[in-house]
Ligand binder design. Sequence first.
Ligand code: NAD
Ligand code: GDD
Length: 327
Amino acid sequence: MKKILVCGAGGFIGGHLVNRLKADGHWVRGVDLKENEFGNANADEFILGDLRDPVVAKNAVKGMDEVYQLAADMGGAGYIFTGDHDADVMSNSALCNLNVLGAAQNEGVKKIFYSSSACMYPEYNQMDPDNPKCSEDSAYPAAPDSEYGWEKLFSERLYLSYHRNYGMEVRIARFHNIFGPQGTWTGGKEKAPAAMCRKAAEAENGTSIEVWGDGKQTRSFLFIDECIEAILRLMDSDFTGPVNIGSEEMISINDFANMAIAISGKTLTINNIKGPTGVRGRNSDNKLLLEKLNWAPSMPLLEGMKKTYEWINAQVKEKQMENLKAN
Ligand code: NAD
Ligand code: GDD
């Protein structure tokens, strides 16, 4: 049994990670600005605190064998590609990383995990929706298309420099759009999987749902359980990374929207509208993951989307009931 800190335990991936670590028999402390809104982070101890404050970071890492650093100011295309939140995204996330990593080093933490993102890959390799390049060795010359991606790249380098100069054991993953139940599904920070499920769940039969861009842009999406499995396997391996943690099942956004529509069982059409779209194409490249961990995710996208739709549909229904009662 290890003593483990999960930073960002109030969030989507952090909440799921806390529960998995608990199920595996570890003692877990969580820290976040907010409690987990879906109540799914059953940590042994939870610090409600701001990791931009070095004292909070110091107290959080104290006595821990391992740290998982998932705290970040982040969201989907509607949050990171508009440019409206760039200063907050960069400074808030960088401060969390500087404070947590510095404190972990000072307090003698043995190993630390850092959650980077596919958003750090250069835009010039992601212009062709049918043929994006996201192998780990294609990161440089750097040219991410968002400040969020630049901060991730800076922080990857920060963790790697602690590894080189202080011998800190670090593990770095580049997540490719992780989705599933208990993720942000409304409010502006939600990503495409949750947005498609919500829009299909809310729509009246025979109407249409709005999809940003021409819908020909491509992405891949990884179900949360496989993301958690990959994180733990990486942490247990002797590979520092960075390594992609994502799915190779690439799909166009209109086909993805149609998948959500089909799951809903409704007859809906797609209305492509102007919106923040990000890169034209993105797909995980899992060669290195397979080579280093001898494992790669395998769950079909449809299976993960069915589980996600079921959960979001229940949230939509609950909200509708609340609104009915309030009126
Ligand atoms: P999330 O927004 O659900 O969780 C992040 C958590 O960090 C939130 O609960 C937030 O309150 C917390 N946080 C932010 N600032 C903080 C601060 N100053 N002090 C304490 N807590 C703070 O996001 P997620 O989807 O769970 O993502 C987890 C990590 O994985 C993030 O670093 C994110 O950038 C990275 N990532 C996620 C995806 C994805 O598709 N979900 C893709 C690439 C990278
Ligand atoms: N969010 C959202 N909502 N996206 C939509 C919508 C909608 O209603 N309609 C169409 N899209 C399109 C976006 O325009 C974008 O082209 C694509 O769906 C995917 O959008 P997101 O899921 O929001 O983000 P992303 O894939 O561009 O980036 C996400 O993944 C990265 C890692 O791969 C973000 O979550 C990043 O924070 C993350 O690092």
